[in-house]
Design a binder for this molecule. Structure first.
Ligand SMILES: Cc1cc2nc3c(=O)[nH]c(=O)nc-3n(C[C@H](O)[C@H](O)[C@H](O)COP(=O)(O)OP(=O)(O)OC[C@H]3O[C@@H](n4cnc5c(N)ncnc54)[C@H](O)[C@@H]3O)c2cc1C
Length: 315
């Protein structure tokens, strides 16, 4: 049963909002993989004040899950119970003060990198290659080319599960490789990032190089969630282990291990979330068998599975 059907009256128990509440909202449309079931209720708050009031007024037992633009997310086919929060325009401001960029949590990383470029602020170029939002980047401690959010964040603003506002330092966020220690149920609403004085043309050139490198080495236009597994702390990278285990091009249902970058899984068109997750688990199994290394999922998986018959893995 899809999550939305488990809580048919949920929307009536929620406080009034200025943004939009939608029952049984399909989430496949708002994630890069393009798969998965509905949110019991999808909430698009108008602005931080609207979100604060909502969190303060909603029944405590209703679970809340926040999503960015779903570039590191697999929503399971049975959907997500409770309320899924998607931040939009009211959270996408970008402001520059000297070498500091303040951005709302829904601002796209690319737009932050481009605004920094226009203001001749260097050090944020890596964000141009991460196709997510600032909220997702903070939560995942997104990084590339030797820099990550932990290196550039001055402070982040988050709401706790009751709407209380908190300003957090990098230490308080306990950043680690591709993760932060944001308490369960908290939502980032914005952050200030610090760069350093650079030359506009050099920053622009670096951003262009990053774009070219990505197009050459990654299926950037595909329905994918980016790197599926984190790189182990030492030894070969995840993609090398996957290659060694002979998984490049492996397919299951409509899911496939990318030929271009074998740490990426692709929805080739008609994949279910179950196909993608089962293929990922098969890759983990084969890598462990071949190399002795157990890969850990980087992609966040949310929601409930639907019962589905097994499908065959194809080489
Ligand atoms: C082609 C491609 C290339 C990629 N390259 C990179 C790369 O180089 N480096 C890298 O680090 N990642 C990369 N990624 C992964 C992904 O883009 C990042 O992890 C990104 O930071 C996720 O942001 P998002 O807005 O899409 O978050 P989502 O995928 O929507 O969510 C990811 C997690 O963040 C949480 N989250 C989202 N918003 C908030 C918020 N406001 N408050 C609290 N929690 C929140 C969600 O609950 C979820 O657990 C790539 C992905 C793709 C598809």
């Amino acid at each position: 049963m899809a999550a939305g059907k488990m809580t048919p009256d949920l929307i009536e128990r929620l406080p009034p909002v200025r943004g939009r509440l939608t029952a049984e909202a399909p989430l496949a449309r708002i994630t890069r993989f393009g798969v998965g079931g509905p949110a019991a209720v999808l909430f698009r708050p108008a602005d931080p004040e609207d979100l604060t009031q909502f969190l303060a007024g909603k029944p405590a037992e209703v679970p809340v899950t926040v999503v960015g633009v779903g570039s590191n997310l697999l929503v399971r086919d049975g959907g997500v119970d409770g309320v899924v929060v998607r931040l939009g325009r009211g959270f996408a401001r970008i402001e520059i003060t000297e070498m500091t960029v303040s951005a709302g949590a829904a601002a796209l990383d690319l737009n932050v990198a481009l605004s920094a470029r226009d203001a001749a602020i260097a050090g944020l170029e890596f964000l141009s290659g991460v196709p997510g939002t600032i909220g997702g980047a903070l939560y995942m401690n997104a990084g590339a080319y030797g820099r990550e959010m932990a290196d550039v964040m001055n402070a982040a603003d988050a709401l706790d599960s009751e709407g209380g506002r908190h300003r957090l330092s990098p230490d308080e966020l306990g950043f680690d490789y591709r993760r932060s220690a944001l308490p369960e149920g908290w939502i980032f609403v914005g952050a200030t990032l610090e760069g350093f004085r650079g030359k506009r043309e050099e920053i622009a050139r670096r951003i262009a190089e990053i774009g070219d490198e990505r197009h050459t080495s990654q299926p950037v236009r595909g329905h994918t969630g980016g790197s599926t597994f984190t790189n182990p702390a030492d030894g070969p990278k995840a993609w090398e282990l996957i290659e060694r285990a002979g998984c490049r091009g492996l397919a299951l249902g409509g899911a496939k291990v990318s030929e271009k970058h074998c740490n990426f899984l692709i929805n080739t068109g008609d994949a279910t979330a179950a196909d993608i997750e089962a293929l990922g688990e098969e890759v983990r199994r084969r890598v462990a068998e071949k190399t002795g290394v157990t890969l850990e999922w980087e992609i966040r998986r949310i929601g409930q599975p639907l019962a589905a018959g097994p499908k065959e893995v194809r080489p």
